[in-house]
Each structure stands twice: as C-alpha cells, then as structure tokens.
Design a protein around this ligand. Sequence first.
Ligand code: HEC
Length: 113
Amino acid sequence: MYLRRMFPILIASVFMLVGTALAGGMDGKALYRENCRVCHDKGSPHKQYTPMSMTQAQWHTFFSTKLVPSHKNVIHPTTGKNLLESLSPEQMKAIQSFAVDHAADSEQPATCG
Ligand code: HEC
C-alpha cells in the first residue's frame, strides 16, 4: 500500500529535519524573537524591525558596522543583562542568518511571526 511504503521515508525525513536543526544547534528565528523582537515589535519606540524590514545588503551592513555601536549599552528587557554580552558569537551568527535569509529581497521574505 502506498502509505505503508511512504512511512519509512516520512520517518526518515522527520529525523533529517530534526537532525539539521540540531546540527545547526541554533534556532535563528527563536533567537531573533527572544533577543530582537522584544524591543523591535510593532509599535515599539525603537521602531519595528523584522527580517523583511531591510534588504540582505542592509542586514550585512547592520551586523558588521552598526549593531555594536547602536546596541552596546542595550539591556535585554527580560533578563536585565547586557544584550551583546549575553549572546555568543554563534547565536549572533544564527540571528544574522535568519535576518538575511528572510530579508526583503530574499527568496522568502518574512517577519518573525
Ligand atoms: C533594549 C531593546 C533592544 C534590543 C533587545 C535590540 N534593540 Fe535594536 N535598537 C534598540 C535601540 C534603542 C535602537 C536605536 C533606535 C534609534 O536609533 O532610535 C535600535 C536600533 C536598531 C536598528 C536600526 C538602527 C541601526 O543601527 O541601523 C536595527 C536594525 C536593530 N536595532 C536591530 C536589532 C536586532 C537585529 C536586535 C537583536 C540582535 C536588536 N536590535 C535588539 C533597542 C534594542
């Protein structure tokens, strides 16, 4: 039966997806939500920023030249810790990838839900 033959493939796909997520180790979207959207949600005094607020080039420029000067004194509103000091380089990379992958001119423009 069709379904029966498909089942192992389905299971394998699920494992592969989970594997990819774990291998990446970092969920850029979740990290963006927890560390960026907290201050850049709709109606925020710091302005709304979602991945599709900027182009890929603008995000690259932001992460390489603007993030540190504009956020060095930023305190995370829920943890009370310095934002930049509480994120590892890998976590920041994952956030950057998420923003770039879903930028305005990317193949899958997105807000972060
Ligand atoms: C405490 C809240 C806070 C958090 C958390 C925060 N920001 Fe900001 N962000 C600000 C403030 C304040 C500014 C400066 C706003 C202004 O210029 O009026 C800013 C500015 C920006 C700007 C536009 C200014 C520029 O430098 O180009 C972008 C884009 C941005 N933030 C993205 C992010 C991203 C991505 C993250 C997560 C890694 C993040 N922010 C986390 C408060 C925050």
